[in-house]
Design a protein around this ligand. Structure first.
Ligand code: HEC
Length: 184
């Protein structure tokens, strides 16, 4: 009996040694040390030999609605499903100045530094005739939404920079505040 007591005492003393942050002695190591694959490392477990795998074909990430496509494989031009209000106009202006003005300029006239100093091909000026719009508009907010989402010509997609909802606000902002309104 004394031996058992002494043994327990000794064991508890040992198991606490090493300070607060020590995990102590490990007796069964099975799951203690796992091998972690770094995102960009090689990996023999997968056929393509890399750790980071693309999402399974045909799957959709949670909370993301795929954009409906037309029969020609081009994205359909949709209507803005969101109502605008003061807050959203302000937010759209802020986001435009942050994500788009570097090329398009704060006033949409292609005066951004990426263009004037960086030498990036200049985008068209939003106040030009080709963007003049009326009620029977060939370039509604949905068109701008698709431009931001999928990119166009030299402009890459900006879907990673803005949530879909914000892309709608920015589209409305570009159309209503930066382009010219024609005869209705
Ligand atoms: C890296 C520079 C760059 C940034 C940033 C950029 N654009 Fe563009 N954008 C361009 C260029 C260049 C074009 C002309 C594309 C072409 O026709 O080759 C263009 C074209 C456009 C057009 C005209 C499309 C048409 O109908 O011809 C719209 C609208 C537009 N951009 C909106 C935006 C909005 C909104 C943002 C911010 C979310 C943005 N752009 C960010 C470079 C940029």
């Amino acid at each position: 009996m004394k031996l058992i007591l002494l043994g327990t005492l000794l064991f508890s003393l040992i198991s606490c040694s090493g300070g607060r942050n020590s995990t102590g002695y490990s007796l069964i190591n099975d799951m203690m040390y796992s091998i972690t694959g770094e995102a960009f490392s090689e990996n023999q477990l997968f056929e393509d030999g890399q750790t980071m795998q693309p999402p399974v074909a045909g799957t959709v990430p949670r909370g993301k609605m795929p954009h409906p496509m037309g029969e020609d494989g081009q994205p359909l031009v949709l209507d803005n499903p969101y109502e605008m209000n003061d807050y959203k106009w302000k937010r759209a202006e802020l986001l435009f100045n942050r994500t788009c003005a570097s090329c398009h300029g704060v006033d949409g006239q292609a005066g951004g530094k990426v263009v004037t100093e960086g030498g990036f091909p200049a985008p068209p000026k939003f106040k030009s005739r080709s963007f003049k719009y009326s009620k029977k508009d060939k370039k509604p907010a949905g068109h701008i939404f698709n431009v931001i989402t999928f990119g166009i010509g030299n402009m890459p997609t900006h879907a990673q920079q803005l949530y879909a909802e914000d892309r709608w606000y920015v589209s409305e902002y570009v159309r209503e505040r930066l382009m010219v309104r024609g005869k209705k």
